[in-house]
Design a protein around this ligand. Sequence first.
Ligand SMILES: Cc1cc2nc3c(=O)[nH]c(=O)nc-3n(C[C@H](O)[C@H](O)[C@H](O)COP(=O)(O)O)c2cc1C
Length: 321
Amino acid sequence: MMDWTDRHYRYLARLLSRRVVLYTEMVHAQAAIHGDRERLLGHDPAESPLVLQLGGADAGDLAEAARIGEAWGYSAINLNVGCPSDRVQSGRFGAALMAEPEHVAEVTGAMVEAVNIPVTVKCRIGIDDQDEYADLERFVTTVAGSGVETFIVHARKAWLQGLSPKANRDIPPLRPERVQHLKAEHPGLAIQINGGIRDWETARAQLHPATGPALDGVMVGRAAYQDPWLLQAVDPTFFGEPAPVATPEEAVAAWLPYAQERHADGAPMTALTRPLLGLFSGRPGARRWRRILSEGAPRAGSGPGLIREALAAVVPARAAG
Ligand SMILES: Cc1cc2nc3c(=O)[nH]c(=O)nc-3n(C[C@H](O)[C@H](O)[C@H](O)COP(=O)(O)O)c2cc1C
């Protein structure tokens, strides 16, 4: 997610779950080719499994960017065919590409050819007036023909004409049954669902339904940064493995050496506290924690001691609460 799933957020997420598959922010293919690769693609090996999400529409550029991503150690390459922003529409990529399945298949075919890691696609269930199940079916069948075996489907359509990008994440209704139908029709494809999943009971109902096809994965967006502690339950709940940390305090203790190292490398405290802001969401001391970090981080001379200070302020509140 743009502006959220940067390398610092992902490092925190990995401290909370060894199993969750992490995604980068969307990186435009041209940026991966011509831009500052260390800034755009650099990551800690601990973040793996880590998927590089690319945006773009040009087959040659995307194949080249996928090759670069593979060389940088990513576990898979994902093509964004779901983003509805104006900038994305004018560049003829993101969700607008759902109207051009043959073109997308040409792009993904070139990407599949270019790399030895999986190439996956994230899309919507439809766009504008192309929102019948048959439109989704045609898109997926065409793109799967190029060698893509995994689709992550945001279970709401995007209204490219008329709704803002933000409204497009909330207003069109979720239709998870469309994604289930897709899986039923394509048992050989890995179909994952995204949209509105905020707790593991909802996720489990998609992965292990009482009736109907089981989906192959759930992708959690906003809840994963608004309430990152959610991720701590992933390993025990879905993999029968112990969680890497037992409390948010332990996660902060594990984060501190990372923050110290990155701060010494020049990362600003605003970037090193942002992933932590929601860590105590819904728990005693949450507001205080967020306030100390968000007020303190931009101050001149702030350092990782700020995180210790914030923790000391909320731990008594948690003990009392
Ligand atoms: C701030 C923000 C940035 C996002 N950036 C991306 C992105 O870079 N690539 C992408 O595929 N989706 C992006 N999304 C969409 C989410 O991945 C997800 O599809 C959407 O929010 C619905 O899932 P959720 O209800 O779990 O959040 C973004 C969403 C938000 C709120």
